[in-house]
Structure formats: C-alpha cells, structure tokens
Design a protein around this ligand. Structure first.
Ligand SMILES: Cc1cc2nc3c(=O)[nH]c(=O)nc-3n(C[C@H](O)[C@H](O)[C@H](O)COP(=O)(O)OP(=O)(O)OC[C@H]3O[C@@H](n4cnc5c(N)ncnc54)[C@H](O)[C@@H]3O)c2cc1C
Ligand code: FES
Length: 314
C-alpha cells in the first residue's frame, strides 16, 4: 500500500461535470503505479476533516496521477467542492485499498454505470478491453446535462448504450433497459459488472438473475477505518457477513442483501444532516465576516491590520 509520504497531495486538475459532480486529478506517482481497477482511497481534505472513501476512477502511470470523481452529497464532499482547486493539496490520501476487481477470462462483458457509478466502472471496462474481451458499455444518467465520460467509454467499448431517465440522450429508461437490450442481442454474455446507487445495482442483479449471468457489484457501505477493524462496512452476502473494505468492495450481486445495505446507509442521516448544517452555518458566518471586514476596510483602511483574513479551515 502506498502511504502518504509528504505533507499534502497536489491536485493537478479539476473539472466540474455538473453542479454536484466534480473530478480531481491528484499527483501521487506511487499510488498511480500500485492502483488496480476496483480499488479505492481514503481521503482527508484537511487536518480536521472526515476520512471518506473514494474510488480510484482512473489512474495514469505516465502522468503519476489518480483521478477521483466526486458527488457533493454532504458536509465533506461539499467542503471539498468548495476548497479543492488545481494547485491546492489534499491533506491525506491512503490506498490503494480493497481487493482489485477480478478481470478474468470473460470473452463478452457488460459494464454498467449509473450516475456517478459511471466513473468507477470505467477502469474495469478498460481492463476488460485490454484483456481482449468484447465490451458492451451501458451508462445511465437522469438527463443529457448530467452526462460525462461517454467519450472515454466509447474509446474502450465495442458497443455503448446510453440511457437517460427522460430520453434526452440515448434510449429512454434506466440502465436495466440497456442490460435487457444487450442480453436480447447477445446470448453469450459471460459477465455483467454494475456500479451505482444500491437500488440500481439491485435492479441490475434482478435483471440478470433469470438469465443466470454472473453479476458483480461494487458496494459502498459507510466506512470508517477501511482496514477491517471497526465493522462499520459490514454487508450480508448470502449467509455470510463480510467487510466491504477488506473483502470487497466487489461482490456477487446475486448474493448481496441490498435491503440490509440500504437500511444501514441511512442510519446516520441525522448526524450527517447536523454536520452539514453546522458547516453551512460556519460558511455563512465567514462570508459575513469578509463582508464586515471589507466594509470596515473601505470605511477606514488605516485602522484594519492587513493580516486579518477569515480562516478557510472547516
Ligand atoms: C468503497 C467506496 C467508494 C466510494 N467512492 C466514491 C466516489 O468515487 N465518489 C463519491 O462521490 N463517493 C464515493 N463513495 C461515497 C462517499 O464516501 C460518500 O459520499 C461520502 O463519504 C459522503 O460524505 P459527506 O460528508 O459528504 O456526506 P454525509 O452527509 O456524511 O453522507 C452522505 C451519505 O454518504 C454516505 N457516507 C457518509 N459517510 C460515509 C463513509 N465514511 N463511507 C462511505 N459512505 C459514507 C452515506 O450513504 C450517507 O448517507 C464511496 C464509498 C465507498 C464505501
Ligand atoms: S471500514 Fe471499518 S471494517 Fe471496513
């Protein structure tokens, strides 16, 4: 595992795909060298920040970088959206974690990404293509404006099916419609890999179950330490209890107890909501402070010490 070896990890590029989805490319040559499809990192944006798991959505050994695609859903991911720019650093980055996806000898594979799940399934689609498999990509978004990486998928897929909920691009419908289309056209699909919200992965597993096609999903339970010690990421796989951070995050979708996973994911809703409110309130106070200081400076420049700046810490 490549460990943090310097004070911070430089963000070399950022791109925003929508109001809530953004990409960070982070310099870390060791991590880029060690990373395999399906693995994730644990990130702390600043010294007092929360540790959050994020999938390595891409890596370039040539550039010595890893790519993270993040959806701003709560306190930490919104704080990162506000603070992380090209040229800034992440305080800590640990990984690559988790068992790499098994890129076996499958000859025909369907790689399915729903919404943000499009990013983490990309390295698997690329790896299957490199292994010589025929790759069918199925990527789904709510609408055309939220689409990203369709060009990256087109470059590694033999066929690409785009699905949008409202029909503004590709076929109208959920990714399960795309899977059905692929299954109807190809009777020799060896494997389906599906990544996205739990309800989507559950739908994909139920779509393939009657066809008996092996279906791998990547689970995203709440993780704390990421080392198998805390038990936070416990998931039920058939009759067994597994820890997604060390036993996964990939599992057999036909064995996963998705209802249990979804119940566990909303357990901390109250605390997450409170943390977001506290952060938003502190942002508002800082913004007011800046306005007050500016007004004071404009009113009497000589009396205001020039080093008074509102803190940018969370
Ligand atoms: C293996 C793995 C890979 C992931 N990859 C990505 C990714 O590539 N991009 C991305 O945007 N998100 C990813 N996530 C989810 C991401 O970790 C959460 O969205 C993030 O932790 C939310 O933190 P928050 O403070 O912004 O929101 P909060 O308000 O704290 O939480 C919002 C929701 O995010 C989930 N969540 C909260 N804390 C954690 C945690 N410590 N671990 C896991 N889930 C949590 C819960 O479902 C929660 O309801 C991944 C999760 C896992 C387990
Ligand atoms: S995150 Fe603690 S056991 Fe997996």
């Amino acid at each position: 595992m490549a460990q943090a070896e310097q004070a911070g990890f430089r963000i070399v590029a950022r791109e925003d795909y929508s109001d809530v989805t953004y990409m960070l490319e982070v310099a870390h040559p060791l991590m880029a060298k060690a990373a395999r499809p399906g693995q994730f990192v644990i990130v702390m944006e600043h010294e007092h920040g929360e540790r959050i798991p994020l999938t390595i959505a891409d890596f370039s050994r040539e550039r010595g970088t890893i790519t993270l695609v993040i959806q701003a859903v709560g306190k930490t991911t919104r704080e990162m959206q506000a603070n992380c720019k090209a040229g800034t650093t992440l305080y800590a980055l640990v990984g690559p974690m988790g068992i790499p996806s098994h890129i076996g000898k499958a000859k025909k594979v369907v790689c399915v990404g729903g919404g943000l799940g499009v990013a983490p399934v990309y390295p698997q689609a690329r790896a299957y293509k490199e292994s010589g498999a025929y790759v069918i990509g199925v990527i789904g978004f709510r609408n055309r404006d939220l689409m990203f990486w369709e060009d990256k998928f087109a470059a590694v897929c033999d066929e690409l099916i785009i699905c949008t909920d409202d029909g503004s691009a590709g076929i109208k419908g959920l990714v399960t419609e795309g899977i059905k289309q692929a299954l109807a056209k190809h009777s020799d699909i060896d494997e389906v890999v599906a990544i996205g919200p739990p309800i989507m992965m559950k739908g994909c597993a139920e779509t393939t179950r009657p066809h008996g096609v092996k279906t791998i999903v990547s689970l995203n339970p709440v993780m704390v330490d990421g080392t198998g010690m805390c038990g936070g990421c416990r998931v039920k796989i058939g009759e067994q209890v597994k820890f997604a951070c060390v036993d996964g995050p990939d599992f057999d979708g036909h064995q996963v107890d998705f209802d249990d996973l979804m119940k566990r994911l909303v357990r901390y809703k109250r605390a997450e909501h409170d943390a977001l409110e506290r952060w938003q309130e502190s942002c508002r106070i800082r913004a007011d402070t800046v306005i007050d200081l500016k007004a004071a400076v404009l009113g009497n420049e000589a009396e205001i010490p020039i080093d008074i700046q509102p803190s940018t810490d969370g």
